[in-house]
Design a protein around this ligand. Structure first.
Ligand SMILES: CC(C)(COP(=O)(O)OP(=O)(O)OC[C@H]1O[C@@H](n2cnc3c(N)ncnc32)[C@H](O)[C@@H]1OP(=O)(O)O)[C@@H](O)C(=O)NCCC(=O)NCCS
Length: 258
């Protein structure tokens, strides 16, 4: 019943992945990319009726895009898909599974809790529009200590922020910070792999003035680099700021495998 997805599944899947959430759904934008990445799983009963995508890293598996056709819900199908991914992770000796769930998505949270996932962290999603600012005092470079932060966000995946990744982000000038009076705020910049003109920022906010400096910089950077929108993911609540809008609060759910 569960197998790797193939190109011909797309039509069946997109039919029921249109109005999943109040704002629609993003599966149509990522399907081809996920298919090419592999580990896109389909559950079928004559026709494909559910999906789930997995990204295996050395120390974690990231589970995303869990969708079940509304006509087939509450039959344990999503749980089956997730357990399949978990069993693959266990075979690969991966110790932890993560997924991201909107705090208002009660059904998903109940499903995750039913599968022994626990709330690991809670993250805010803000949207910021580019605009010209004169004020903008930041520096480029890596001032993040090893193991200081567990994850950063790349294309809406919370990935381990290890030494290698830090080195690579730094070499691309993707780490910026503002540092004043012994305090600091740090941002990691990443292009969205799925959405055009979208900058994705993991923000480790600090004092209000450092955080504001970063926000001013992001607006300028967004304008200079011709981004249409900036998506900010942060564990902290951000100060009021022009063209900054709070969108959604998410729980990062974690399950220890084995
Ligand atoms: C969330 C979703 C994937 C669940 O799929 P599903 O196949 O119906 O889930 P399961 O049958 O495996 O349910 C597992 C558990 O979740 C909980 N659950 C599922 N649907 C529920 C509902 N409508 N009300 C309350 N609890 C529910 C229950 O604890 C259930 O276990 P139980 O049936 O033994 O009580 C499905 O509702 C869906 O596609 N929703 C829209 C997309 C979405 O929110 N995806 C997740 C994003 S993180």
């Amino acid at each position: 019943m569960i197998r790797e997805a193939k190109p011909s599944d797309k039509l069946h899947i997109l039919k029921f992945c249109k109005n999943t959430f109040s704002w629609g759904d993003y599966i149509k934008d990522v399907w081809d990319y996920w298919l090419s990445e592999g580990n896109l799983f389909v559950i079928e009963k004559n026709i494909p009726i559910g999906i789930c995508h997995a990204v295996f890293s050395v120390n974690q598996v990231w589970v995303e895009g869990i969708r079940i056709n509304p006509d087939y819900r509450r039959q344990g199908l999503a749980s089956k898909l997730i357990k399949k991914v978990e069993s693959l992770a266990i075979q690969k000796q991966i110790p932890i599974s993560f997924m991201l769930i909107d705090v208002q998505n009660m059904i998903s949270l109940l499903m995750a809790q039913n599968l022994d996932y626990k709330i690991h962290q809670t993250w805010h999603f803000y949207s910021l529009l580019p605009q010209k600012n004169t004020h903008n005092k930041i520096s480029f470079g890596n001032i993040i200590q090893e193991n200081e932060f567990s994850h950063y966000v790349k294309s809406w995946r919370w990935l381990p922020l290890d030494k290698e990744i830090l080195f690579s982000l730094d070499s691309k000038n993707f780490i910026v910070y503002s540092s004043k009076k012994g305090q600091r705020a740090i941002a990691i910049l990443e292009d969205s792999e799925h959405f055009e003109k979208t900058l994705i920022v993991t923000l480790f906010a600090g004092s209000k003035s450092n955080t504001m400096n970063i926000l001013f910089f992001l607006q300028n950077y967004g304008l200079e680099k011709n981004y249409g929108r900036i998506q900010i993911l942060t564990k902290e609540s951000l100060p009021k700021f022009r063209k900054l809008e709070h969108k959604i609060l998410f729980h990062l759910m974690q399950k220890l495998l084995s």
